[in-house]
Design a protein around this ligand. Structure first.
Ligand code: MTE
Length: 362
């Protein structure tokens, strides 16, 4: 029997948006107490590597809820989780600023707190599909061979990056904001932290769900070690790589970060020669995407009506939402309209279901 899963999907976008804002305030003491429990909570993931930790959930479980429970939220790390004492922790903010400074967790938790729901997705999501028959003529992408589970939708709480930048007073010639993680990644013969970088215009967004956060809470709990305890960036609408975990340093600059994960990795190149590599810039916003999550890929099913469920991701642009979803079970000859389910919110995925009729000849 043929693989009866539809082979093409099309997703349309419209505008609209909802802001989720709140003012949950924690204390550093409460944060420290909850940490012991949060350090190694249970994860229901298929781990592709365990040192460092890289795991994704089964897709059938992932689409059960619009807000992804932390135990089902993918983990993408380039080095072992660093052990960070909250009391000793300091975030330094420097570069093209009038008043460089350091912030303790207590300082950060005194700042106005914001709650945002945003989808994070790894730029390498679905990478393993390049190994399939359909993509025979496309170059393979090295790295962890992810299926479609490196995506999740969580609530994040913390202060806005814009508020920190206001405190340190950004100078006129600034154009980019760099982030540096406290993890230690072995790269060739040196040890580096994971770095990210975003344009100043995005860093300064201070209204609506697109505002970048220095988050210390995920789904109403302190961040777990896997997700960047005690502090991480969350940049709504951007590829996950810009949401630096275990955030230790912010640098304001007139150029993008020279860190390996901005300057060399996470780029779209058509060829892999050095010139092509050097000419392509960093990826910022995540692109449109959609995946079928149930039935499981490769399932053998009887011909007839089949109920599908999945997720669709609008682009990371402000006011970008999924308006309509059409699905074809016969290579694009006929199309069925899917039903959008769950919430519809800017910077968040959209869950959907569809009933398709499949016959044994498709
Ligand atoms: N930050 C640090 N310090 N180290 C990392 O390895 N991985 C990045 C980003 N931030 C990473 C990091 C990548 S590639 C992704 S997709 C997201 O974190 C994953 O976040 P998560 O593990 O909380 O899902």
């Amino acid at each position: 029997m043929n693989n009866l899963l539809p082979s093409r999907r099309e997703v349309l976008l419209s505008s609209g948006g909802v802001l989720v804002a709140g003012s949950l305030k924690g204390t550093v003491d409460a944060l420290s107490q909850e940490v012991t429990a949060a350090k190694n909570p249970h994860k229901d993931l298929m781990f592709r590597t365990t040192d460092p930790r890289n795991g994704e959930p089964e897709l059938t479980k992932l689409v059960n809820s619009w807000q992804t429970p932390t135990e089902l939220f993918y983990v993408r790390s380039h080095a072992p989780n660093p052990e960070i004492e909250v009391d000793q922790f300091r975030l330094s903010v420097e570069g093209l600023v009038r008043r460089p400074g350091t912030f303790s967790m207590a300082d950060l938790m005194k700042m106005p707190s914001h709650l945002t729901t945003a989808t994070l997705t790894c730029a390498g999501n679905r990478r393993s599909e390049y190994n399939s028959k359909e993509y025979q003529n496309v170059p393979k992408v090295s790295g962890v061979q992810w299926e479609a589970g490196t995506i999740g939708n969580a609530t994040w709480e913390g202060c806005q990056l814009a508020a920190i930048l206001k405190r340190v007073e950004v100078l006129e010639n600034a154009k980019h904001v760099w982030f540096e993680g406290l993890d230690q990644i072995q790269k060739n013969s040196s040890i580096i932290g994971f770095g990210g970088s975003i344009p100043l215009e995005k860093a300064l967004v201070d209204n609506g769900p697109g505002a970048p956060l220095l988050a210390h809470q995920m789904n109403g709990q302190p961040l777990t070690a896997d997700h960047g305890f005690p502090l991480r960036m969350v940049v709504p609408g951007y590829i996950g790589a810009r949401s630096v975990k275990w955030l230790g340093k912010i640098v304001v600059s007139d150029r993008p970060s020279p860190n390996h994960y901005v300057a060399n990795a996470y780029k779209i190149v058509t060829k892999t020669d050095p010139l092509d590599w050097a000419e392509s810039g960093p990826i910022y916003r995540f692109p449109i995407n959609a995946a079928i999550c149930t039935p499981k890929s490769g399932s053998r099913l009887s011909a007839g009506a089949i109920e599908l469920t999945g997720y669709a991701l609008p682009t990371g642009r402000s006011h970008s939402q999924i308006k309509d979803l059409m699905i074809s079970a016969d290579g694009g000859r006929g199309w069925t309209r899917g039903k959008l389910i769950g919430k519809k919110q800017d910077f968040c995925w959209q869950l959907w279901t569809a009933n398709v009729q499949v016959n044994s000849k498709t």
